[in-house]
Design a binder for this molecule. Sequence first.
Ligand code: XMP
Length: 513
Amino acid sequence: MSAVKEKILVLDFGGQYNQLIARRVRDNNVYAEIKPYTTSLEEIKNENYKGIIFTGGPNSVYDMSSPHYDKEILNLGIPVLGICYGCQLICWMRDGVVKSADTREYGKIDVTIDKKESVLFRNIPDSVVWMSHTDYISKAPNGFEVTAHSDNCPCAAMENPGEKIYAVQFHPEVTHTQYGNTLLKNFIFDVCGCAGDWKMEGFIENTVNALREQIGDKKVVLGLSGGVDSSVAAALLSKAVGSQLTCVFVDQGLMRKNEGDFVEETFTRLFDMNFVRVNCGDEFIAKLKGLTDPEDKRNVIGTEFYKVFWAKVREEADGGFFAQGTIYPDCIESGKGDADKIKTHHNKVKMPDDIKFDGVIEPLCDLFKDEVRKVGELLGIPKELVWRQPFPGPGLGVRIIGEITKEKIKVLQDADAVFRDEISRSGIENKLSQFFAVLPDVRTVGVMGDHRTYDHLIAIRAVTTDDFMTADFARIPYDVLARVSSRIINEVDNVNRVVYDITSKPPGTVEWE
Ligand code: XMP
């Protein structure tokens, strides 16, 4: 199901910035989709793309094991923009000359625009761009004109405007390229002639209409976790089919303080749907009794969660459809290596064979995370849910070291709530990527009033990161840390000491287990 009229194809040759290219195009209200270089020419012809962008890639075009494409793609009459490897590929396809340099040109480089009147360089002066290449174009193909150069790169850009084929050796999608967005805009609007009507308001309207048509008078079951994606999928489906939608929400007792009630209250008050909450905290604690190994705990939590979830879905399944909050990055096929392989992700869950639905609906499968949030806001989901920080599937289970007990869950929930409240009051919330409390299995001696205490230690963790693959501990001001510490000790029973985790990732991970 796709609610898109006007599209740019990002043809993926394995570069690292491919999702970024699509996102930059979409930031200009033009839908872009990523497909691997193994996509057939026939398929591309049938999709009516307004333009095609060849991405970068790590390979050399003369290495025939590197990704290539049918040269006919340049004769379809569809505007093409080649970036980095994509630029060299166009050169190779049209019999220009690509050479390998002795050293790589990498980083911020000054380029000189040689053809100021080029449509691609409209409103772009000589400026800084981001380069990352070893091969370079030493002779542009016949019919192409060199339009920019740098000290080490005789052809930093070339074009054949008659055929609407453009190519740049640098990366316009990266923010280090000063006029990168202007260049992409020039391509998508002035070369491709896009209208720029990919807006989230329109997406909602089109998707709601398409969902109504697809679902008819049947039922839909959705697994709601309270995370951003499933919440927005729920709101969208509710708008489309109201009470034909049943959301199954499993509260395994390992959510943050009052979170289960907040999710239930939000969805039952604001949206028309059947909301089915399964409270199984006690059963989970019983299953986790005596377990201390992090992997054993994770396995039990994961297995039990799906057992409970599928049992409820089985009860609710009545033909109809099963919906998931899968978003675009979960679905993109990679242009690297085995192109048939779709990235596995926890959002794509395997349904037991005995549960039968007429089909699966993924209403957000065209959207990036920031677009999902925008849709969520437009649908009236509270900001706390739409802008929620990531929360791990096993919940507080990965933040309680050692055996998980009801008492420890309560201590951790209370301490975590204080920490989050202080961060929110101090106004630094949007500077942090993730922040939470951890309960190590440690008691320490302290003194309160005239009494000796022997109580829990709470660790607090706050990180900044772009991608969660690496992370740095956040430099929270000391006075904020002081307030957090004093409030946790005063307000949370059975805690007498607070420490701040100053480990980056690597060598640590974000979570403690
Ligand atoms: P780590 O601890 O691996 O965490 O540095 C990186 C990010 O992933 C989240 N995380 C999880 N998310 N299921 C999830 O859905 C999990 O089992 C899980 N473990 C870690 C973590 O919160 C951080 O954002």
